[in-house]
Structure formats: C-alpha cells, structure tokens
Write a protein that binds this ligand. Sequence first.
Ligand SMILES: [Zn+2]
Length: 378
Amino acid sequence: MNSPYQICSRCVLDTTVADIRFDEKGECHYCHIHDALGKEFPLTFDGQKKFLAIINEIKQKGHNKKYDIIVGVSGGRDSTYALLKIVELGLRPLAVHLDNGWNSEIAVTNIKNATNKLGVDLLTHVLDWEEFKDLQLSFLKASVPDAEIPTDVAIHGILHKIAAQEHISYVVFAHSFRTEGVAPLSWTYMDGEYIKSVQKRFGRRKLKTFPNMTALDVFYYRFIKNIRVVPLLAYLKYDQKEVTERLSKELGWNYYGGHHHESYYTHFFQSYYLPKKFNIDKRKVEYSALIRSGQMTRQKALDEIQNHPYPYDEELVRYAIKKLGLTKKEFDDIMAVSNKSFRDYSTYYPFIKALKPLLAVVQKLNFFPKHLYLKFLG
Ligand SMILES: [Zn+2]
C-alpha cells in the first residue's frame, strides 16, 4: 500500500506529502506551481507595470475615503513587510489585528512598533476565547493536520467584515510564494463548510461570533460589497535576509525564532503536534520555497531537515495543553486517535472539483486566487 519514499529532485518536499506527484525528471508538482506563479507574477518591467496599475486603481477608488486598503497584521515578518510596502507605495492602510488569545509578547510589540513608526491606525479584534478554544479543540479531536485553519479563516473573515463596515474595497493578502511556498493540499485545506462540519461533530458550543467564511460570505464580500484581495507580496521581490534587516532597522521588528512562531499556538502546532502526530515537518514547505527562489541551497535545507528535527520546547507544550483546558491524558488520547484528512469531513472541495471548468475561466479574471486554483485543481 505504501509507496516508496521519494524526494523532489529540485526542492525538499517528499512523499510525507500524501498528494505529491513527480514528473519524469523527478520534480514535484509544487515546484511546477511555483513556476506557474512566477509566470503570473513576474519580477520584470511588465510585471511591475501591471502592479503599479493596480496600486493606482486602489488610490483612485479610495480618494474620498479615510483608508485605501486593509492590511492584516500578526507581528510576523510577512505582514509587517506588507504594511511597510503599502505605506511606501503611498497608500493609506488600516491595520487590523486578530487576537486569538495566543499572541506572544514579541508579536504584540512588533505590531505596536510598526504601526506607531508608520503612523498607521490599528484596529484589534479579539475573538471570543471560550468559543474559539472550543473550535480549536474540535479540530484537534477531528485528528486532521489542518487543525490551525480556524485562525486563518478567522483572519480572512474579520478583514472582510471590517472592510465592508468601513467601506474599504481592498484587502491585502500578505503571503509570498517565493519565501513561504504553497502549503500542500494534504497538509492544509480550508473552507467555511469544513469549519462548520467539524464544529458540529466535535464542538460543545455553537459558533455565534466566529467570523467564518462560508460560500455565501465569499459571494457577498466579492460580488455585493465588491471587495478585492490583493496578493501584494507576490508582485514583489522578497529576499528574506534583506527584509528581516530592514524591518529590524526601520521598524524595531524582532524575530521570534521560527516561521510564524509569533503565535504560541502556531509554534506548538508546528514544532510538536504536526511532527509527532502526522510526521509533517512544515519547514520543508518554507525551505523548498527558498530553494526555488535561490535564497537557500538544497544541501543546507536537507541538512537542517535530516539532521535537526524541528526543535520544540517542553514548557510550551505544557502551556498549550493547559491553555486548551486539557489534561495530559486527554491530550495523549487526541494524539493517539488515528489520523484523518479533510476528505473525511464535509467541505466544499467536491464542489470545487466539480466546478473546475468554470473556475478555469474565472481564475483568469482574478475571481479565484491563482495559487488556490493550482493547489486544488492543478
Ligand atoms: Zn519540488
């Protein structure tokens, strides 16, 4: 049943990614996705011309309003860089932070420093902790590797909700395929129906205030409120070292030691939960992106991954279990449940698959994000 171990000849993704496919040269389809995105968002004169046209359109649309665009800020590198670039481009952003209860102190300081130094208004939305904790627990009980999507969905949901309330037409998507890569489908799938079905099955509470993004919400924000998502970082050169130095120097930004470790939950989730339960090492996604964009050698990535297991902190694991309101035994039981995937729950994925011919057309009109189209259907 188990296929033999194989690793991509170009990046470091391997058969621990259940959906991985290789071409005749041994290159994986996530490398192909990277190349397709590189063609869609080229760092050429023409690519920049297209980008500046979008920025001008945003300025024109916002000229009678207080803000041109919303930028979600987590205190992490990508969103802080996105905020800096937006200000440099002469746009007037509203920074929005989603507080899910797991902020590290470094994250809070980074957000404060960046918004103060850039003179940007900040709005913080605090999730209802008891409700959100219950949803996080439901996803742990569901035994799926996508157990961190409640935060990601809430971020999309709240940014759109505030954009609609404040009559802002654009929302920044602060993700760079050049440094972050595209999370494999079998590791991270998300949609509003998935949230609903998992909570219905395992939750103790009804979701009353959680800013979910159901298909109806997506339709409402896109077509009724006409809110557009701008994949800002995809248009920009992103050299991780250079960006880190700039942010530290200009905005007093501090690094927290790992990808998205600005959140205690993400740190616990990526360093302990995913490797121990699913044999998933998310560094492979980030390192693969850096290899493809020439910012890391494949040899260095292999050495890191093969010789240095994702370091975790016992203290942090104890903190996370306690904060979730679990006993050690209850947590061990969760870890022992057989692993499942999003395909075991109700999601929109079957519909998305069925709508492939339609989506092939609309994604060309920028109605469906290119990276998701390639990941779901490519
Ligand atoms: Zn690859």
